[in-house]
Design a binder for this molecule. Structure first.
Ligand code: ZN
Length: 488
């Protein structure tokens, strides 16, 4: 039944009264750096989106930020983090989503976090629980998700095709960790690749040879070699290189887009380079620690000092470290990530005090990646500012199907912006950017410049080194299937 004129008028007035004025933010005179450009410009933001980028935008704004002499970067994206997860000792880690404010303070506005299958649950249930319980009203950073296999069964295989419907476009399989719930055998991996390919889901692979590691660990322990440094002895470069080569071969046979995570050896890098030369859909990333930190750290006689650096793959030597920079520079490797893990020293790392095999693997780093790579990569002359933005923001957005919403400064993109002041020096100190964990593996490192201001979808969430956002400001960002690794 048509409404009377009076009703119509009333409704209109009501709408008008309830309409909220948009929040206008103007960032003036910054050096905007994207993955392919650098220019001086103003960035105009209306509510959560960038609405204009250009010279001398003289628009009345609710908030004006002067970025003169500073860089204006798209919010950085860390596509490999583990918040609120079971660590491999089976305990819940010490990085609940509340601690994700460390990411924001370090210039990261989006993470692609891992969503392991919770015990007895499917892939889909576990993702739903993560979005609506674990992260809800707690995440301080926007997050997309990778699914992660911890239980192999028919339901898991069936659910792969459903992942894109709930905004997840990747699934991770661990070739390492024999005997743990994380490990998948080669048969499972091949079937995951086949199912994922059909659904437009990228297979992410942790490439280390589980059998050889198991044998070497047993040999170390039998010989009484139980200190943390034997972590690297039992995980030599060849265990990673062999598994990476196997993953590439299986990806080729299955024609399945495959992404090798946290590459740390020259051999695994070369496997990706050869795959790219053959035009195979194989990609890879490395981590801040494999670009900046060598395995000598594991030889510290103080258990706590050494155990901080137990992560997998193990830290390497200078040659591998340089090979990682070459891989980033020449385009073989597509992303730099933190592999942030909330494994504290006080409780979780102590499990391995008498035997390195039991030290949970992983270290925090989501808050340090941007200043570390800026300093060690850009300022030291290894990579350009554009490549820095590409591997720390644009490519992770493309690989995870969230570009151009994320990963660039452009009209229509989310207003995730990092204003970086290059004209000062700072030193990494845990107390300046608490990560919720009782150490920082980069403690004391001298940094060029500092993260000055961070906007998350138009809202200032960090300013002058302080977190000014709120728990729950971060929201789930759905990924689109058939992302970068599927492009011909
Ligand atoms: Zn990881």
């Amino acid at each position: 039944m048509p409404k009377s004129n009076t009703d119509m008028k009333g409704e209109k007035e009501c709408t008008f009264l309830h309409s909220v004025k948009a929040m206008i933010t103007l960032i003036k005179n910054g050096n905007v750096v994207t993955s392919d450009n650098e220019f001086t410009a103003d960035v105009l933001i209306e509510d959560e989106k960038i609405v204009a980028v250009g010279k001398a935008l003289n628009v009345p704004a609710d908030k004006v930020i002067d970025a003169s002499g500073k860089y204006v970067f798209p919010g950085f994206i860390d596509q490999h983090t583990h918040f609120d997860a079971l660590c491999n000792s089976g305990d819940l880690d010490t990085a609940p989503y509340e601690t994700s404010k460390t990411a924001v303070l370090g210039g990261t506005t989006t993470i692609v976090d891992y969503a392991p299958q919770d015990p007895g649950k499917g892939l889909l249930d576990s993702i739903d629980y993560r979005i609506n319980v674990r992260a809800k009203n707690k995440a301080c950073v926007d997050f997309a998700l990778h699914s992660l296999i911890t239980e192999v069964n028919d339901r898991m295989f069936d659910e792969i095709k459903e992942l894109p419907k709930i905004g997840v476009a990747s699934i991770k399989a661990f070739m390492a960790y024999k005997g743990s719930r994380l490990h998948v055998d080669d048969g499972t991996l091949v079937k995951v690749m086949a199912e994922s390919k059909k659904a437009g889901v990228t297979t992410f692979v942790h490439a280390e040879n589980a059998e050889i590691i198991d044998m070497l660990q047993q040999d170390c322990v039998k010989a009484g070699n139980t200190a943390p440094k034997y972590h690297a002895v039992s995980r030599p470069p060849m265990v990673e290189t062999e598994a990476a080569r196997r993953a590439v071969y299986l990806a080729e046979q299955m024609g399945a887009p495959t992404f090798i995570v946290h590459i740390s050896t020259k051999g695994a890098r070369d496997a990706v380079a050869e795959a790219k030369a053959k035009k195979l859909p194989v990609y890879g990333e490395t981590c801040t620690q494999y670009l900046t930190t060598t395995k000598e750290k594991l030889s510290n006689p103080d258990f706590n000092e050494a155990a901080k650096y137990v992560c997998s793959p193990a830290l390497r030597d200078e040659d591998d470290l340089e090979a990682m920079w070459e891989g980033i520079k020449d385009g073989t490797l597509s992303a730099i990530v933190s592999d942030h893990c909330g494994i504290d020293l006080a409780t979780l790392k102590q499990v391995g005090r008498d035997n390195f095999v039991n030290i949970p693997n992983g270290a925090p780093g989501v808050g340090d990646r941007v200043p570390m790579i800026w300093t060690k990569g850009v300022v030291s002359g290894k990579i350009s500012k554009q490549r820095f933005v590409e591997v720390c923001s644009a490519l992770p957005a493309k690989i995870n199907g969230i570009y151009p919403r994320k990963g660039t400064i452009a009209v229509g993109s989310d207003a995730d912006v990092v204003i970086y002041d290059p004209n000062c020096a700072s030193v990494i100190r845990l107390e300046d950017n608490p990560n919720g964990i009782d150490y920082n593996i980069y403690e004391g490192t001298k940094i060029s410049g500092k993260v000055d201001t961070v906007l998350l979808r138009g809202k200032v969430v960090a300013e002058g080194g302080k977190f000014v956002g709120r728990l729950g400001d971060g929201k789930f960002i759905p990924s689109k299937a058939f992302a970068l690794c599927f492009e011909k």
